[in-house]
Structure formats: C-alpha cells, structure tokens
Design a binder for this molecule. Structure first.
Ligand code: HSE
Length: 306
C-alpha cells in the first residue's frame, strides 16, 4: 500500500474543568487527508483545499508534525500530503490538531506502524505548537485515541482513555469569528487562587468519575470552570446568553470549546441535543454573525482510514 485516505476528526478540548488536560472526539466534522509514499525523499504538501494555508512544510502544522516523525525514523522514501480541510483554523474545535495528527497517522500506517499512538502524539504536538506557540495535547489525544482522554502529563507524555456513556451527545456552535489560540492563552492569569484550584480539581475528579459510572447528574454538577471561562468568555459574543439558554433547554453543561470561539454543550440523548441546537440557533440568528451548529455523538474510534 502506497497511499491512504484518512478522516481526521474535530475535537473539543478542556471540557469545562480540564484546561489543557481533558478532551473528546467528534464524529460529524473533520478533515480528510491523503498521504502518499513516494521515492523522492522528504515531505511535500501537494494540495490544500478548503482554507488558505501554507504549502511550505515548515510553516504548515501537518508538515511540521510529519517532519518530526520523518527525522526520527529517517525512512528510505518520502511522503506527499494532500489536505482537504473542513475544520476552520481558529474555530476552537481542534483544527490544527486534526492536521497535525493526520499526517503522522497516515505515514505511520504506510510504514507498517513503527510507532504507537502515544509516540505519534509526541510528533503531532510539534505541529500543534506551531499554531498555539506551546505544546499541548488535549486536542491531539482525543483525535488519535477517540472518546474522552485525559493528558496525565507531558513529560513523559501519558494519555489516559476514559469511557464515554452511550447516550452522550455534543452540540457545538461555531460562530464565524476567529480567536487565535496563542492570543486566547495569553489573556489567562499565570497564577490561580487556592480556593479556585480546589473547586477545579474536585470537578475534574468527579467528571471523570461520572464518565466511568454513566452518572449524568454528577456530570452536570461537574461541568464547571472557575479558572479559564471568566477570562475567555469575554471574547465570545453572546456567550452568557448561549450558556443560560442551553442549560435551560436541558444541557448537562455548556462551556467554551478549546480556546473558542466555538461553544459546546454536552447532552443526554439526541432529543436534548436538538433542543440545545434550537436554543443556540435562536440566539445567534439575531446577531448578524454567521455560524454553524454540529450535533455529534462521542466518536470513540478517533482518526480512521477511509
Ligand atoms: N487547551 C488548549 C487551550 C486548547 O485552551 O488553549 C486549544 O484548542
């Protein structure tokens, strides 16, 4: 096999209480990529459709992660990458992670899988760092492993897979404004109050427990963020209205997806997910801001070969 086509999924990072450590994988939105093994050595990006992104390997997220893996293995061949981008850069649903993961996942398959998923995540983090100016793995991990993931640590990188309750759905609104991850990180305080930290780690622990025990009510009580949301929510128009109305419509929790501007709600059942969609639509329809809304079950498989 010299060529594969893959689906590289969108992801939601942070999941309210888990800044930089928690994430989950979506199945209704993602990029497609074709990775081709060629005789000519090196990594070449031959096609990009969907958004205007650099073809130069060192300036492209998919190229940077591919180069990191290529340099580690030094194979006797090269690779061409075609990117069919559906996830808008700067949308807050893991656009750069999808690109970063896609190239290394595809190359790894074509090379007979010399690396495991955690090793692939390390290469992908190099690409992600290009977009957000620091290495974090909370989008990369769910894109590669699927489901919910917890990044236990970066040095050494340790990724835990957490079970996903069967009837859990995400509704995500993507207002068409761009928030750059680097900028949205820069506005966060460098220190947090001990009382806030206590509340936050209690919520992370209880949220993980709720996923293990299918306890939707505990999930609802855990999906809070007293550290990041107060700062970043100011960057997202109508955030408070969306949050209030989606909770009124029955969402278990609503919060900022990654670094925004997307907002996600987690819902028990498709019916509630649809009611939450209606609530989001109603608010944004009157704002003049263009938006997309996605409903997705949790994608427990992650990135896959098409
Ligand atoms: N955890 C990262 C952040 C995710 O919130 O900055 C970026 O998508």
């Amino acid at each position: 096999m010299n060529e594969i086509k893959i689906f590289s999924p969108a992801t939601v990072a942070n999941v309210a209480c888990g800044y930089d450590v928690l994430g989950f994988c979506l199945n209704t939105i993602g990029d497609e990529m074709i990775i081709r093994k060629v005789d000519k050595k090196g990594i070449t990006i031959t096609k990009i459709e969907g958004f205007n992104l650099p073809f130069e390997t060192k300036l492209n997220v998919a190229g940077v992660s591919a180069l990191a893996m290529y340099q580690a293995l030094q194979p006797d061949c090269g690779f061409e990458i075609e990117i069919y981008k559906n996830i808008k850069p700067g949308s807050g649903i893991g656009s750069s992670a999808a690109s970063a993961v896609g190239s290394v996942f595809g190359m790894n398959v074509l090379l007979g899988k010399p690396f495991n998923k955690t090793e692939l995540a390390k290469f992908a983090m190099k690409g992600e760092a290009l977009a957000s100016t620091c290495e974090h793995a909370d989008n990369i991990a769910p894109a590669l492993f699927g489901g919910f993931t917890l990044v236990k640590g970066l040095k050494p990188l340790e990724i835990l897979q957490i079970p996903s309750p069967d009837n859990l759905y995400a509704t995500i609104i993507h207002p068409q404004i761009e928030i750059k991850t680097a900028e949205s990180r820069a506005i966060l305080p460098k220190e947090v109050k001990l009382q806030d930290a206590i509340e936050q780690w209690a919520n992370v622990g209880s949220f993980i427990h709720s996923l293990h025990t299918n306890d939707y009510q505990l999930m609802k009580r855990s999906l809070h963020d007293c550290i990041v949301e107060p700062h970043r929510s100011k960057l997202i128009p109508y955030y408070n209205e969306v949050k209030q109305k989606t909770l009124d419509a029955g969402a278990l929790g609503t919060n900022i997806s990654g670094s925004g501007p997307s907002i996600f709600s987690l819902c028990e059942g498709i019916q509630t997910a649809n009611l939450v969609k209606d609530a989001m639509e109603k608010i944004y329809s009157n704002t003049g801001i263009k938006f997309d809304i996605h409903i997705s079950k949790i994608n427990t498989e992650g990135i896959r070969i098409l």
